[in-house]
Design a protein around this ligand. Structure first.
Ligand code: AMP
Ligand code: MG
Length: 488
């Protein structure tokens, strides 16, 4: 017990106070020999942990689920979800929430082990995860954090000392995920599906208290809840579009209520700009293609609204009207966020009617010329339009002239406009080939130095330093499309 307190554990388990259908308490499944592979020291410190104590063997045992810290009440959460449009009963099939860490400044964060063994929601799965995908989540979620995009985070990855069977035998691993919460649209779908308005209300009240306490006294707080979630998702997805992030599996169980990005399975960043870009091997129809993400966000929010109907109004018809009204706000709200973000990428502070066509024209040229998304904005930020693949085209030169005139029309100085661009256009993103290279070295040679170097570069994406130049290059052309996998 003393050891737990010294380490900085300060757990509460508010989730266990929800109606019991929402979770199942779990007895951990110990693994043979836990070994700490990566540990996020700044995150550990911000959560109130002693870095030294957690880095020791004791920490590895906790991150593997072999040792449960004082105050933990491990559980698996129940949830449902539309997977590629089809509603299924899901739940944590390979994850265990060990509790909510209360930080020194009063924050509350879920501490969840992912890959920690079977649960009552595992269906056919083994409850385990492989090292490669867990390191991938570590790299990409930390890169997203550094990019300023709301996200779950990765505190640690441990190997278990056990092999897991996929297409081949792979080293097993567990990732410790930190999240504002793991409440999902699918959690509400699960509650709605059970048909008990009392349980649904308990979940909604819990959510409001945890994430939106400022709406607690609103006249119709459940309608406010819907508005808040719509607002956060519109902001989040606009931010994804700004950096070319493709989530890959925007099922409703992978959409948080807090507005954090969650579930880094098949996600990847786009190189050449093309709204039709899809990386996930199972997304054959392109449902979750880059350009479809905003629309899918709206579809998912409509599912959220449906699940809230019994709380919105006593009369079903009125409830539907209220929900539809809010859902119809989303496209414009998204668009507003998107335009603000794109203006910033072009160094524009104020609004003009023609901005949208200025942006659209650039994007369509980028698509026609197969221009790299990140590097085009990087070149514009650096004042090197000649570095873009479009520079030889008259169309681009004309566009560039119009853009310069647009910048001259605003009151703000050239310097502040340049600074805005630097703050809005990352010089580096986790390029797929760089991520793969780091994972290969880690998996095949047990060499983690490639990953560490990548993590270091990705930690300051807006720095525009000389050392980053190497990481800005897109991959060499290949005949094979890049493919990602989920549930691995
Ligand atoms: P995901 O595609 O990661 O969002 O997962 C969808 C569902 O499958 C969730 O309920 C997961 O908990 C479950 N799942 C994924 N991988 C496994 C596994 N290896 N064992 C058991 N359940 C899994
Ligand atoms: Mg998931």
């Amino acid at each position: 017990m003393t050891k737990s307190v010294e380490t900085g554990w300060n757990l509460d388990n508010s989730y266990t106070r929800l109606p019991e259908s929402f979770f199942t308490k779990i007895t951990p499944n110990p693994v043979s020999s836990p070994k700490l592979i990566t540990f996020n020291e700044p995150l550990a410190t911000s959560l109130g942990f002693s870095v030294e104590l957690l880095k020791s063997e004791d920490g590895a045992a906790v991150f593997a689920g072999n040792d449960i810290p004082e105050g933990a009440e491990p559980l698996a959460q129940a949830y449902a979800g539309h997977q590629f449009g089809h509603l299924n009963m899901l739940g944590d099939g390979r994850a265990m929430l060990i509790g909510e860490q209360i930080t020194p400044d009063g924050g509350r964060f879920d501490i969840q082990l992912k890959g920690s063994g079977r649960t009552p929601y595992s269906r056919g799965g083994d409850g385990r995860a492989a090292l490669g995908p867990m390191l991938r989540e570590h790299i990409i979620s930390e890169a997203m954090y550094a990019l300023g995009i709301p996200t779950t985070r990765s505190l640690a990855v441990v190997t278990t000392g056990e092999s897991i069977i996929r297409e081949t035998e792979l080293p097993g691993a567990i990732l410790t995920r930190v999240a504002a919460s793991h409440l999902r649209v699918g959690t509400f779908q699960f509650a709605a599906g059970k048909g008990s308005t009392d349980e649904l209300r308990a979940l909604a009240d819990y959510t409001i208290k945890r994430h939106f306490p400022y709406i607690e006294d609103n006249e119709n707080r459940y309608l406010s809840l819907l508005q808040e979630v719509i607002k956060r998702q519109a902001e989040l997805i606009a931010k994804w579009q700004m950096v070319g992030f493709i989530h890959g599996v925007m099922n409703t169980d992978n959409m948080t209520i807090s507005g954090e990005t969650i579930d880094y399975g098949p996600c990847a960043f786009m190189n050449e700009y093309d709204p039709a870009t899809v990386f996930s091997s199972i997304d054959r129809e392109g449902r979750y293609a880059f350009g479809n993400q905003p629309g899918i966000g709206g579809w998912n929010l409509a599912r959220f609204a449906e699940s809230l109907l019994p709380l919105l109004h006593d009369e079903q018809e009125e409830a539907v009207k209220l929900a539809q009204n809010e859902i119809s706000v989303y496209p414009n709200l998204f668009k507003k966020n998107w335009l603000t973000g794109m203006r910033a990428k072009l160094g524009i502070f104020n609004e003009e009617q023609e901005d949208e066509s200025l942006i659209d024209d650039l994007l369509s040229m980028m698509q026609n010329h197969k221009a790299d998304y990140t590097n085009t904005f990087r070149a514009l930020t650096l004042g090197l339009p000649e570095d873009t693949v479009m520079s030889g085209s008259e169309e681009f030169q004309k566009w560039h002239q119009l853009w310069q005139e647009r910048l001259n029309r605003q009151q703000d100085s050239k310097d502040s406009s340049h600074q805005l661009m630097r703050d809005s256009n990352p010089a580096v993103i986790p390029r797929n080939h760089r991520v793969e290279e780091a994972l290969k070295a880690a998996e095949k040679q047990g060499d983690f130095s490639v990953m560490d170097r990548l993590l270091k570069v990705l930690a300051s994406p807006y720095d525009y330093t000389a050392e980053q130049a190497d990481f800005c290059r897109p991959p060499e052309p290949s005949n094979l499309p890049y493919r990602t996998y989920c549930g691995t």
